[in-house]
Structure formats: C-alpha cells, structure tokens
Design a protein around this ligand. Structure first.
Ligand code: ZN
Ligand code: ZN
Length: 69
C-alpha cells in the first residue's frame, strides 16, 4: 500500500503515514497522507508534479482537420 514513515510534527516523532481516500481524483498520484498516529493530514508533494502533464496536453501539436470519408 502507499504508506510511508515520515516525521510528524504533531506526534513529535516518526509515524506511519497512509494515503487517505482521495476525493480529488488524484488516483495513485494523490499527494495527501494522513498520520496514523494523530490523524493529521499532510501534503507530501507540491503541485509541481501536475505541471508536466498539463503542459504535455497543451503541447500536443494541433491535429490537422481530417475530413470524414
Ligand atoms: Zn488526492
Ligand atoms: Zn501525527
């Protein structure tokens, strides 16, 4: 599963963090983790990870108009 050990400032120590049920359709890329010790949610990734995908979509070469036969 997507769990990892991170330092929790609330617990003042290393705790096991697990990804919560994602409600934002991040899927496997969900940047959110919740401390299993205190339940505090943390964001482990910045939004920069989404940039490449967005730019990829935008950089698609404009497809020439095809006439349906
Ligand atoms: Zn998410
Ligand atoms: Zn905690």
């Amino acid at each position: 599963m997507s769990s990892r050990e991170l330092h929790c400032e609330v617990c003042e120590g290393v705790q096991l963090f697990e990804a919560p049920p994602c409600v934002d359709d991040h899927g496997a890329d969900c940047p959110e983790l919740i401390c299993t010790g205190c339940g505090a949610a943390v964001l482990i990734a910045t939004f920069t990870f989404q940039a490449p995908r967005l730019s990829d979509r935008r950089r698609r070469p404009t497809e020439p108009h095809r006439r349906a036969a």
